[in-house]
Design a protein around this ligand. Structure first.
Ligand code: COA
Length: 164
């Protein structure tokens, strides 16, 4: 049975950015329980291993008692059923996000009509941030302090520098 007040914020989080954290913090003001779920996609190798993305998220969200970090494989709707959640949270940064998000929400609703997707607009100061921007700038030794949470800046910078 779907539990009221539980939302899931799914994504790759490779790595988590200030834009993601902004959305997570704002979601905790609306929902009593927020599950941040990292997609474990065996078909797409990311930069950070999934366990590391989970660890970084947990560190960045340590000040948020309503937040739990998890990972999942397969379909999001199946994961939603597993954790008894009915609401998916997604962020919209710009109109360019709209088309893919619209499609994803429609597909999920079609295969599981009880699942609702709610969108939150990304705060304007984070609209240009993405995980690949962080990886690219940090990978070339650039300054990423304004892109990622301070608590995990060192972890991310060190990992990106090592890979150079
Ligand atoms: N702030 C900053 N960056 C943001 C952001 C925000 N608020 N929202 C999204 N982004 C960025 C991410 O950093 C990522 O950047 P990158 O491409 O540079 O790495 C990019 O936007 C994509 O975001 P993400 O949330 O990771 O989306 P995704 O498309 O990789 O994954 C899932 C979306 C996990 C929800 C989706 O793929 C999924 O549910 N998969 C499971 C399979 C399934 O159920 N499929 C059927 C549905 S169609």
């Amino acid at each position: 049975m779907i539990q009221e007040g539980v939302c899931v914020y799914p994504g790759s989080f490779d790595p988590v950015t200030n834009g993601h954290l902004d959305l997570i913090e704002r979601a905790t003001q609306v929902f009593p329980r927020v599950i941040v779920a990292v997609l474990n996609n065996p078909g797409k190798q990311g930069f950070f291993p999934v366990e590391e993305r989970v660890r970084l998220l947990a560190k960045a969200c340590a000040h948020l008692p309503k937040v739990e970090i998890d990972s999942f494989q397969g379909l999001l709707v199946d994961y939603m059923k597993k954790v008894n959640a009915g609401i998916v949270i997604r962020g919209l940064r710009a109109v360019t996000d709209f088309e893919s998000e619209f499609l994803m929400a429609q597909v999920n609703h079609q295969i599981s009509p009880e699942i609702e997707t709610l969108f939150m607009m990304t705060s304007p100061q984070f609209a240009y941030i993405s995980s690949s921007v962080v990886r690219e700038i940090g990978g070339f030794g650039g300054e990423i302090a304004s892109f990622v949470p301070g608590s995990i800046l060192e972890d991310i910078s060190t990992a990106l520098k090592k890979a150079r």
